[in-house]
Design a protein around this ligand. Structure first.
Ligand SMILES: *Cc1c(COP(=O)(O)O)cnc(C)c1O
Length: 357
């Protein structure tokens, strides 16, 4: 036993021993509003059609390594310009990891609060990680940001537009200023692009130091695990070399092709969630002791007068699971993050929330 733990401490990297495994809250039997999943499922007809596609998959064969058919379908559905190459990952999390692994002895920079995986992955690969505090309204603090960039000279910058967990989009003029003033590769993470009019894909064409990342996860297919990286060929070619050859499995490839043949269904679901977001927002604003931040994503960030931990717990007792962000960051003091869901589920949430307040 002690030999085992000696061996583990001797052989596993100290940075990894110091890490905590990514925690996923238990959610059996709960109304799950903590992970920005899409609540809508496919119609029975669509499901039957999908199952036929899956039944014909050659599961005994390796998948297409380049996933060309899937890439072509993505290009068409998302109007990807000719001058950009596309690379696929097992979720965009894998793409973040590949970027961190590919860049040469550099540090990573993002903002705070930001998507937690940037720092987790920087730590994993032994990269220094710098983060610049957002303003109180969650906009970019440009003075400090540009100063930090010139002082630390990071090689890789991640900015999510809209940002998670704050829900707002950063100003495009600010993004351009950052891109123009840094030596870094700037990755714009558009995980929530389906829920906003902002669209930064053209920046990857316009600038040599910009990549854009998207995912099917928030668009309705979190179980699929498919992320996309768009950028100039010279970048994608290099990063593609360290992608494990068959990272996108046969079932994911077939399902993505099927989903893109029915892309209108996904887009329609996103539209419904956008209008539900407005409704939920209006109802939350009307409550006393609740501050709601503007959101262009499929979640709402709220600050409660009563401690968020207490409300989180009371919601849990009513079988409603949201993300408690209190104690994660000073700017998120007494904040909760709530995934926007169906009309029926949002109403159930509102009822439990009012009770919890
Ligand atoms: C959810 C999320 C991701 C992760 O997406 P996957 O494709 O599921 O790995 C990436 N970036 C941001 C900002 C997210 O919120």
């Amino acid at each position: 036993m002690s030999k085992l733990s000696d061996n583990v401490s001797r052989l596993v990297k100290p940075v990894i021993r110091d890490m905590k495994a990514y925690h996923v809250a238990p959610s059996d039997g709960m109304l799950k509003l903590d992970a920005m999943e899409n609540p809508y499922v496919w119609s029975d007809d669509l499901k039957q059609e999908w199952l036929k596609t899956i039944a014909n998959c050659e599961i005994n064969r390796y998948p297409s390594a380049a996933a060309d058919e899937v890439v072509d379908a993505i290009r068409k559905a998302m109007n990807v310009p000719e001058d950009l190459d596309v690379m696929l990952g097992n979720g965009s999390d894998e793409l973040i990891q590949l970027l961190a692994l590919a860049l040469d002895d550099v540090s990573m920079l993002s903002v705070e609060p930001a998507f937690v995986m940037y720092k987790v992955i920087a730590d994993t690969v032994g990269m220094d990680y710098y983060s610049v505090l957002l303003n109180d309204d969650f906009s970019l603090n440009m003075d400090v940001l540009l100063e930090t960039i010139s002082e630390k000279n990071p090689g890789l910058i991640f900015l999510a537009v809209p940002n998670n967990p704050t829900g707002n989009c950063f100003d495009e003029a600010d993004l351009r200023k950052i891109i123009e003033q840094t030596n870094a590769l700037v990755v714009i993470d558009e995980a929530y692009v389906a829920f906003t009019d902002a669209d930064m894909l053209s920046l990857a064409s316009e600038y040599d130091n910009v990549l854009v990342m998207r995912t099917f996860s928030k668009m309705g297919l979190a179980g699929l695990r498919l992320g996309m990286l768009f950028g100039k060929k010279a970048w994608i070619e290099e990063i593609n070399k360290i992608r494990l050859p068959y990272n996108i499995n046969v079932l994911t490839q077939a399902t993505t092709l099927f989903a893109l043949q029915h892309y209108d269904v996904l887009l329609e679901q996103a539209e419904k969630l956008k209008s539900e977001r407005q409704r939920l927002m209006a109802e939350l604003i009307a409550l006393d002791g609740v501050e709601v931040f503007p959101s262009e994503a499929n979640f709402l960030l709220v600050r409660t007068e009563k401690p968020a931990e207490e409300i989180h717990l009371a919601l849990k007792e009513s079988s409603v699971l949201v993300k408690c962000l209190a104690n994660t960051h000073p700017l998120l003091n007494s904040c909760l993050r709530i995934t926007v869901s169906t009309e029926e589920e949002n109403s159930r949430f509102m009822q439990a929330f009012k009770h919890a307040l």
